[in-house]
Ligand binder design. Sequence first.
Ligand code: SAM
Length: 381
Amino acid sequence: MSIPLPKPDAYGSDISRRLIERIRQVLVASGGWLSFERYMHYVLYDPELGYYHNGSKKFGAEGDFVTAPELSVLFAEVLATQVAEVLTQLDDPVILEIGAGTGRLAEDLNVALRAQSVSARYWVLEPSAELRARQQAHLSASEVEIQWLEQLPTEPLQGLILANEVLDAFPTVCFIKQGGKARPLGVVWENDGFTWAPGEPEKGLSDLIAELETSLGYVLPEGFRSEISPTIPAWIQSISSTLKKGAVLTIDYGLTEREYYHPQRNQGTLLCHYRHRAHADPFLLPGLQDISAWVDFSACARAAKNAGLNVAGFTTQGQFLIHGGVAERLGRLDGVTAFRAAQALKTLVLPGEMGERFKLLLLSRGLQLDPLPGRDFRDRL
Ligand SMILES: C[S@@+](CC[C@H](N)C(=O)[O-])C[C@H]1O[C@@H](n2cnc3c(N)ncnc32)[C@H](O)[C@@H]1O
């Protein structure tokens, strides 16, 4: 597959070349085949050369993607009402934001909460040194006080744990059904580049797919390829142990299990971004492009229930924003600000843009919460 992408500069090319060499050494040491999950881990999280650590620009015109909080302050303003509902039921609450990007959401959310006379301490857990520095630079000029954490807090907290467009970055397992069996899809080196190759069936994966097929009520067809994430349920489990009382709100592009593993969705959900071009080839420009996989929200909900959390809400971003009053907020703006916000709003709510692809899943412990604004899709999980 040949995808026309802009050429990286010399610095970027050097990073990618060195990362390719590093992964090739791992490939050789692993007998010539590497699971996709490990490949994704290296290209995103190699401590020096991985996408989230190598200092490349991710946000903005020279970056790779744009997220909802970057598009318009209206996103944070509507979110603030939901966040306030959680915080006002708690003593000395904390907002813990996982993966805070440029820090824009942290700033806008704090301002919007202050306008509602709601206060909370604000903690950020950010694995990328480049983004952490950017957040610190951005937020030092604001009145927002942030504490950056190195890891999840060891003491259980009361508050809201927020993750916007984070779970899609967790390394995922790719698989294909061949000869009636689920085989892991991995990476080999061929013709001067990485390419796909199926590996031998493994018990762990076979068990996961058997469980999935039981839940779906049908067997995935021959040739079907997709992803399954053992990391996301494990993350929900660990987040649950961190949460004494409060809520977890994850927002991401994703599907219910029935949609994710629909026989016609047979090429998986991998999505890569480089300089605002989206495509599905994870082997292009290793270390320079973002790689993500859509989130299976049914698996998230199951993991949450197993961890003793309540599934308090599930809806689409479009439904949430519209029924959360975004149009009324837009109506209070005027001039160029209103025009720009209206343009951004189209991207945020239209079904063909982020409106239906992005979903919100609200999990709670020890709280009475209304379901999220908009249609309640929990029965589809
Ligand atoms: C697509 S950006 C979204 C940023 C921000 N939440 C927003 O909406 O603008 C992904 C964020 O998640 C962080 N991230 C990536 N992998 C992560 C992981 N495994 N754990 C926690 N954060 C992660 C990135 O460093 C980045 O800040």
